[in-house]
Design a binder for this molecule. Structure first.
Ligand code: GN1
Ligand code: MG
Length: 368
């Protein structure tokens, strides 16, 4: 973990769980409380009742305000989405934050923001897609969400992180990091700097592409462990980790699925010989997503589907590289060079994906 308070993660909040839970009318002694999930940004706890009749489990989250500077915007976006879905899609299971005793959807104490969510019973998450079916089911959940929110009025939505997936800006941030990085870090990153530089076409295409794309309510973090799957059958149940619910483009959500479902190993794998693109997983996720959204996509969106994967892998690659050059200030690192390893993993993944472009484009065409 990073040390010191200058990272995006800061120091651990002084957690007074009793105080937070009492705002929700909950007695901590009735629950087994433990750390939960594998996110980089927020701290998450799972609360399971000791007594069988103690009601359902709960998920308590502490919002990282170094990253999410406007928790009120997150809360409002969630509320508007939940209200819209409650009106238009009665059957849809949406994880709406539970109210405090005062009726608020967050509990704020000393600038610490907390929220409580129901725990979806009998569900599991997987950190890596283990079968094409899992990829299909997770993708279908994100697709269903995009389809059901197709008609939502985005005028009221504010970005929870402005320019989160703006590749032009991410490239500029990368160039700035490069300009001020320590010579040693630059030298270590030499090959990757050349590599990502040689694929600047991905950045150029970004502006040309989004100019033509409609804005949609997007999740912006569609990795597989943000889809809850039914225990045992792995059928999709719902989506979670909704902090980055905001207006965006289809290439974000589809692209992050390609980035994280097709490879047999995660972005954490330092051995790049294991980084590969599994065509059957690609097909499964494209099928699952498109079965839901195909009918609402514009021609321009259909043309951007292969690019989506390149876009997200490239952007994540330069975000890791930027953080390495900046001295590891955003993503928590477990060892020196951790962010460099992650960037290399993404760089190799980008190459594996581009190598298979014609075959993968054929898969997309057959799913459209
Ligand atoms: C962060 O915290 P987590 O794992 O949900 C990041 C994503 C990256 C991801 C890479 C707010 O998400 O954009 O894709 O790490 N979220 C933020 O693992 O920066
Ligand atoms: Mg997230």
């Amino acid at each position: 973990m990073n040390k010191g308070g200058n990272t995006a993660f800061g120091d651990s909040p002084a957690i007074d769980m009793n105080h937070v839970l009492s705002a929700y009318g909950i007695s901590p002694e009735c629950y087994d409380i433990r750390s939960f999930g594998s996110g980089h940004i927020n701290k998450t706890f799972l609360l399971m009742p000791y007594a069988a009749n103690g009601g359902g489990g709960l998920v308590l989250q502490h919002i990282n305000t170094n990253v999410f500077r406007r928790p009120d915007v997150i809360a409002r976006n969630l509320r508007m989405t939940a209200d819209y879905l409650a009106r238009t899609a009665l059957e849809y299971y949406f994880l709406r934050p539970l109210p405090t005793l005062d009726g608020d959807d967050m509990f704020v104490v000393d600038d610490d923001y907390w929220r409580l969510l129901p725990y979806a019973a009998d569900t599991v998450t997987v950190d890596q897609a283990e079968s094409p079916k899992q990829a299909y089911e997770a993708a279908r959940q994100f697709g269903r969400f995009a389809r059901l929110t197709h008609g939502i009025d985005l005028a009221q939505f504010e970005p929870t992180i402005p320019d989160f997936h703006n590749l032009t800006l991410r490239w500029r941030q990368y160039e700035n990091a490069l300009a001020q990085a320590l010579p040693d870090r630059c030298a270590q990153a030499n090959e990757l700097i050349a590599g990502f530089g040689s694929r600047i076409d991905v950045v150029t295409r970004y502006e040309e592409t989004v100019r033509l794309l409609p804005v949609r309510l997007m999740h912006h973090d569609t990795k597989i462990n943000n889809a809850l799957l039914r225990m045992g059958t792995f059928e999709g149940v719902c989506i979670c980790d909704l902090d980055t619910l905001m207006a965006g483009y289809i290439i974000s959500d589809l692209g992050d699925m390609v980035r994280t479902y097709v490879c047999p190993v995660s972005e954490e794998e330092p051995d790049v010989r294991l980084v590969a693109v599994r065509e059957d997983y690609f097909e499964a996720l494209v099928q699952g997503y498109l079965i839901e959204v195909r009918d609402v996509l514009t021609a321009e969106e259909k043309n951007s589907l292969f690019y989506a994967g390149e876009f997200m892998i490239y952007m994540q690659g330069i975000r890791f590289l930027t953080d390495y050059l900046n001295g590891d200030v955003y993503y928590p690192v477990k060892h020196a060079g951790h962010n460099l390893d992650r960037a290399r993993n993404q760089w190799v993944l980008l190459q594996r994906l581009t190598e298979k472009k014609s075959a993968l484009q054929r898969v997309i065409d057959s799913c459209l």
